[in-house]
Design a protein around this ligand. Structure first.
Ligand code: TRP
Ligand code: MN
Length: 452
């Protein structure tokens, strides 16, 4: 086998390496046809936008901005409506307001959206009542229902994912540039069911305060003119896990300005904890595109692995290029993260350190329901900031699985969701997400921790 350092990169060079977590597509000819179609379709994002995000991330790396990433664990083909997209955007905007106000720094807003359709699985089969079927791998691969037909991987779903991503992104662009995200609208992002929670009330108070400040600014003449677009528009970026490499490489384009390759399926891509092998196909593919890249880091990661990832994915040590997203679990972060930070510090590598307090804290509640508790999530966040303060390193941002709906998937928070409530509105196609009120909870906590 060649090595990822000796190979000449091109959009399909990953095929010479082992690609984990790929579906077994039954018909290679259909896959080839889909690949050809996707390669010819328009890109979803423009390289110039991707470069902007990378510049913002460079600011995050040196502590001058803060990174906020959130959205569904897995987007669904059936829950594909304007309201669902709008409500996810609302929550992220609310969290961004809370954080911008609390930290007094720009907040870089990145959705897990418009492409988050593929899931790595711990087992390739799922067994229910003695029946064993291929696991659900995300809507771009197969369908979630437990039937033989539904679980057959179908490459045409990659095309459907592309069109759903295009349509989602279109609405997001309309909202973020068309006045919906205007700072003077910040009361409207508080949904009715959220407004009744203590967190929603706290948000409404903050919105009142900000409204008064904006009124003052307007009175002294800094509301319109050249500042108009600052209040009116919001910069919002998209991201997803780069898992299905056919999809990612088919949407890779050479930028006509710079001659560089960009994966134009999203602004930012990340590599999952299960596919971050140094000699694996995912690292090989992503090393060749210029997008900002994230890598999920679980509790077994070693300092050597992190150094290897820096060498492979960011050989020029470009600030903003590499984000490491730790997801250790609240009980392990204290032992896992400090040695990694200590080993990386003398190396002088530019890294954006982000905390994902969701994925290390999943457990099964009675009835085999996957859940996460707010206590564990808040505890991992607290440890993350405390550890960075002690080590003198920069905590760059946070990563959440959340939705704008009033779901009951995670425990705790201001509505006091308990195990017996989980089945009331458990709607995720994969991992449990924070609901809108719980999301405000964590934003207020992060703002307090960083001010403190
Ligand atoms: N344009 C600024 C920004 O993106 C301010 C802003 C406008 C904003 N609308 C917003 C900030 C909504 C947070 C949420 O930061
Ligand atoms: Mn998940």
């Amino acid at each position: 086998m060649p090595t990822t350092t000796s190979t000449v990169w091109h959009p399909l060079s990953w095929k010479q390496f082992e690609a984990l977590q790929q579906p077994e597509w039954p018909d290679p000819l259909v896959l080839e046809e889909v690949y050809g179609n996707l390669s010819g379709y328009p890109p979803l994002v423009f390289a110039g936008e991707v470069r902007d995000l990378k510049e913002h991330l460079a600011q995050v790396a040196c502590g001058k901005a803060f990174f906020l990433q959130g959205g569904d664990c897995a987007e669904s083909f059936s829950d594909f409506t304007a309201n669902a997209i709008r409500d996810k955007l609302k929550v992220l905007l609310q969290m961004a307001v809370i954080l911008t106000y609390g930290l007094g720094k720009p907040v870089i807003k990145v959705g897990r959206i418009a492409g988050q359709f593929a899931k790595p699985r711990s087992s390739s089969v799922e067994v229910q009542d003695g029946v064993s079927l291929p696991s659900f791998r995300g809507e771009s691969v197969n369908a979630p229902y437990f039937s033989e037909e539904a679980r057959v991987p179908d490459p045409r779903r990659l095309e459907r994912a592309y069109f759903q991503a295009a349509s989602t992104l279109n609405l997001l662009r309309a909202f973020t540039g068309g006045g919906f995200a205007d700072l003077r609208q910040l009361h409207h992002w508080n949904q009715d069911f959220v407004a009744q929670s203590p967190q929603g009330q706290r948000y409404a108070q903050l919105a009142d305060q900000l409204g008064e400040s904006l009124r003052f600014m307007k009175a002294i003449g800094i509301n319109g003119g050249q500042h108009g677009s600052v209040l009116h528009d919001v910069e919002y970026f998209t991201s997803h896990e780069a898992l299905i490499l056919e999809y990612e490489s088919a949407l890779t384009r050479r930028d006509s300005f710079t001659g560089d390759y960009y994966d134009c399926s999203a602004h930012m891509l990340w590599i999952g904890e299960r596919t971050r092998q140094l000699e694996g196909a995912h690292v090989e593919f992503l090393r060749g595109v210029k997008n900002p890249i994230g890598v999920k880091i679980g509790p077994t990661a070693t300092a050597d692995e992190l150094l290897g990832l820096c060498d492979r994915l960011n050989p020029e040590n470009e600030p903003g290029r590499l984000t490491l997203i730790s997801r250790c679990g609240h009980s392990r972060i204290e032992t896992v993260l400090p040695p990694l930070l200590r080993a990386m510090a003398p190396e002088g590598r530019s890294i954006v350190w982000v905390c994902d307090p969701m994925h290390g804290n999943t457990y099964e509640a009675p009835g085999k329901i996957k859940t996460r508790s707010m206590d564990a999530i808040l505890s991992e966040l607290k440890s993350f900031f405390t550890i960075h303060r002690a080590e003198g390193t920069i905590p760059g941002g946070v990563h959440f699985e959340l939705t704008g709906d009033n779901v009951t998937e995670c425990l705790g928070g201001s509505h006091e969701i308990r195990e017996e409530h989980l089945t009331e509105r458990y709607e995720t196609t994969c991992d449990p997400r924070l609901n809108a009120a719980q999301s405000l909870d964590v934003a207020f906590l992060v703002a307090e921790l960083l001010r403190g």
